[in-house]
Design a protein around this ligand. Structure first.
Ligand code: PRP
Ligand code: MN
Ligand code: MG
Length: 179
């Protein structure tokens, strides 16, 4: 697996340090709120698992799975809920936890859906932000790292469902995805 990686972009230690900072910040910001962390499967699971343990206030967690469909590939902008949340959202301050904000279409659509359920607030925490690729006007409230427009995998991020289990974020060798 490691032989498919061109370079390490973010090391395990850098991830750890950044997530500790994010957790401390979120703990302060949500001290008087009613935090519900919503993880968007599958990419966000590793970040979610680490971020929730870096948060020192009461936090509830829930999970949802979405899939894009329509004419195009994954960035068609239309999102179907494959697994919905278990909890009703009224009274909660929602923090959506994502591995990467790319075109922004997934979260743009998801936020519309979740807003209809009358939460107190909705914010976004993303580990990675790739602003060069943005197609809709959406910005993360909490962001770990801004990354260039390269094929990043690891720490939850996949290529063809592989590489999620790498403990760092790396760039895939072009020959791996070009054939
Ligand atoms: C990836 C990533 C984000 C989304 C970002 O998920 O985990 O959820 O795409 O893309 P966007 O900003 O262009 O909408 P993917 O659909 O690959 O599913 P996965 O999390 O199961 O890998
Ligand atoms: Mn995802
Ligand atoms: Mg994916």
């Amino acid at each position: 697996m490691r032989e498919d990686i061109l370079k390490v972009l973010i090391t395990e230690q850098e991830l750890k340090n950044k997530i500790a900072q994010l957790g401390a910040q979120i703990s302060r910001d949500y001290a008087d709120k009613n935090l519900l962390m919503v993880s968007v499967l599958k990419g966000s699971v590793i970040f979610m698992a680490d971020l929730m343990r870096a948060i020192t206030i009461h936090a509830r967690v829930d999970f949802m799975a979405v899939s894009s469909y329509g004419s195009g590939v994954k960035t068609s902008g239309v999102v179907k809920i494959v697994k919905d949340l278990d909890l009703p959202l009224d009274g909660y301050d929602i923090l959506i936890v994502e591995d990467i904000l790319d075109s922004g279409k997934t979260l743009d659509y998801l936020i519309d859906i979740l807003n209809q359920r009358n939460p107190k607030s909705i914010k976004i925490a993303t580990l990675l932000d790739k602003p060069e690729r943005r197609e809709v006007n959406i910005k993360p409230d909490y962001s770990g790292f801004v990354v260039p427009d390269e094929f990043v995998v690891g720490y939850g991020l996949d290529y063809a469902e592989k590489y999620r289990n790498l403990p760092f974020v790396g760039v895939l060798k072009p020959e791996v995805y070009s054939h």
